[in-house]
Design a protein around this ligand. Structure first.
Ligand code: PMP
Length: 351
């Protein structure tokens, strides 16, 4: 149990003082039949029914369902317009531009750095080790009095491996800022989620998303799980109606399909292992990093030429060959069995 954590010490002064936006419907708790408070169009829209009213700003029904699926209490759930919104809010809540800093552990998801730059917040990079694990000594050295956030992506994008749980716990215990564990790809992994550790670690924020295993990237629904005080801050900062009604409606239905999603996950994992094995035996493939995600990082000969060859065939993969520690690598998302077969066929044709 971590005891040395003070949220008040971490928060920016303007956020401590912030009076959040509130609507008449937040204040009014009863039943109303005539809604003349929010300047909506009472007639509705001729093109789409039931979208003339603003959506529930705290998405109670969606959170209730997520609670049933994930076991995390509603008060510990924040919903964002993609988890990218949660990443941005973390900067706005905790990092004073020009003063504070965050720690990134590359190669990792690019949005942490972009969000830091948008918010004019400095970052220190402590590269992963050559086996794509945390450099705990390097991180301990990089932490200073103004370090507010450490971003750890597990399973990591673009490498695909999980970060050792014990190492993440070491950072959670020793760092008094916020540790963000981005679990966008957790459904493809056998590793347990950190969502069960929120009580033990008050400085933990876990990110997940419906954009990957749940197949709902276009709807933009990301989740942050954290202690109640952190979630309250997220809710204070977010735009009032950040999750639109169409998304809330479709997600409520989609969350009924846990069994189907689990079947897809099994299929993706099976395809991942099949494709990894088939690539690994090619003489031009130096290495396939064992993956806990729905993509694989493959080190191979002539990555850029292969990338261009695939583009010509209408197949788009991600070229990571110039990224430090991913030299010579392409990142391949696992598609349908037919797509994966076509990819493999074209890779063989190229060589
Ligand atoms: N985290 C990681 C590690 C990702 O790879 C991505 C998407 N590529 C995201 C977060 C963003 O997800 P969302 O669609 O929920 O914004």
């Amino acid at each position: 149990m971590k005891t040395s954590f003070s949220l008040n010490l971490l928060l920016r002064d303007n956020i401590k003082k912030l009076v959040p936006y509130s609507s008449a419907r937040d204040e009014f708790k009863g039943e109303a039949s005539i809604l003349l408070d929010a300047n909506e169009n009472a007639f509705g829209s001729p093109y789409a029914r039931n979208y003339n009213r603003y959506p529930d700003p705290l998405q109670h029904r969606v959170k209730e369902k997520l609670h049933r699926i994930k076991g995390v209490p509603v008060e510990n759930i924040f919903l964002g317009n993609g988890s990218d919104e949660a990443i941005d809010i973390l900067f706005r809540a905790f990092c004073e531009p020009g003063r504070d800093n965050v720690i990134l552990v590359p190669p990792t998801y690019g949005m942490y750095e972009v969000s830091a730059n948008i918010n004019n917040v400095a970052y220190k990079k402590v590269n992963l080790t050559i086996d794509y694990q945390l450099d705990l000594d390097g991180i301990a050295e990089a932490i200073d009095a103004h370090t507010k956030l450490i971003f750890i992506c597990s399973p990591n994008n673009p490498t695909g491996n999980s970060i050792r749980r014990q190492d993440i716990e070491t950072i959670l215990v020793n760092f008094d800022g916020i540790v963000v564990v981005d679990e966008a790809y957790i459904n493809f992994s056998k590793q347990p989620s950190f969502t069960t550790d929120l009580v033990e670690f008050p400085n933990l924020v876990v990110l997940q998303t419906l954009s990957k295993a749940w197949g709902l990237a276009a709807l933009r629904l990301g989740m942050a799980f954290a202690n109640k005080e952190i979630i309250e801050i997220f809710n204070k900062i977010k735009p009032p109606y950040n999750i639109n009604q169409a998304t809330q409606d479709i997600v409520l239905e989609a969350l009924e399909g846990v069994e189907i999603v689990n079947e897809w996950i099994k299929e993706v994992v099976g395809e991942r292992e099949k494709l990894s094995a088939a690539l690994q035996v090619l003489p031009q493939v130096a290495h396939v990093t064992p993956s806990d995600a729905n993509f694989i990082l493959v080190k191979l000969e002539e990555p850029r030429a292969l990338y261009n060859f695939l583009v010509d065939k209408g197949i788009i993969v991600r070229d990571r060959s110039k990224v430090e520690l991913c030299e010579g690598c392409l990142r391949l998302t696992i598609g349908t069995p037919a797509e994966n077969n076509t990819l493999l066929k074209e890779v063989k044709r190229f060589y």
